[in-house]
Design a protein. Structure first.
Length: 241
């Protein structure tokens, strides 16, 4: 068994729903605390960690625009604000465990958090500070998956790890199809050709163009992140060599 991580710098993508646990909305304090401990343990391995968190536990732009009759751009901006709230919540959990952390927003909000500056993010990571990227890309019509792919490319991350509520990428939804089978590995190109939906296709295209592998795993398994960082067989690897 390897005892040291195979990645130096990681972009961890968490869905907003992951913060809400089984409730599916809002926050579950224990779930957030458990995930913060996973990040702390990963950092203690010597890994530099950046995080992108979605906002789906508070707001979803596509469905929200339909419910309220909003233009999609306005609804997406509301979603960006939700990611800022989630980033601040997760920052608090990390700091309670003694993990230094900075929140950087694509939307300028200086009294609340830092504005995203790539060089500053690099410096924080080199100093052992966890950086949480919020506010999406700063533009509507882009998902937080795409934000994760973009930020991973900008900070030269070795890998994106997407924490989900399932243990990898399947050829069908395992919650609806009991015969769905999980991929242990799949290329970026095959993922795109199959039109799989665990990460959106724009994000996977960015990862393919920048040669960034993606590991999809069940973040509820308290050891899955550690196993992935140590190069053990966990979840699904998209685009691995």
């Amino acid at each position: 068994m390897p005892s040291s991580p195979i990645y130096k710098r990681v972009l961890l993508k968490l869905s907003g729903e992951a913060l809400s646990g089984s409730a599916g909305f809002g926050y579950d304090a224990k779930v957030i605390d458990d995930m913060a401990l996973q990040v702390k343990n990963a950092q203690e391995l010597g890994v530099e960690i950046a995080i992108v968190i979605g906002g789906g536990n508070l707001w979803r732009g596509d469905s929200g625009s339909k419910k309220l009759g909003l233009e999609r751009a306005n609804a997406d901006h509301m979603g960006m604000l939700a990611t800022i709230m989630n980033g601040l919540a997760f920052q608090g959990a990390l700091e309670r465990h003694g993990v230094p952390c900075r929140v950087q927003s694509a939307i300028e909000m200086r009294p609340v958090c830092e504005t995203y500056i790539r060089q500053r993010a690099h410096k924080h990571l080199q100093q052992g500070i966890v950086v949480i990227f919020v506010g999406g890309t700063g533009s509507p019509f882009f998902s937080t998956d795409t934000t994760a792919a973009l930020r991973a490319a900008e900070i030269n991350a070795d890998v994106i790890i997407k924490g989900t509520q399932v243990d990898g990428v399947y050829n069908a939804d395992p919650r609806q199809d009991p015969e769905a089978t999980r991929f242990s590995t799949i290329s970026h190109q095959e993922y795109l050709e199959r039109g799989l939906q665990v990460l959106d296709l724009t994000a996977i295209s960015l990862c393919r163009e920048n040669n960034i592998p993606v590991i999809v795993l069940n973040i509820a398994d308290e050891q899955s992140l550690r196993h992935a960082l140590l190069g053990e067989n966990v979840g699904t690897v998209i685009g691995g060599s």
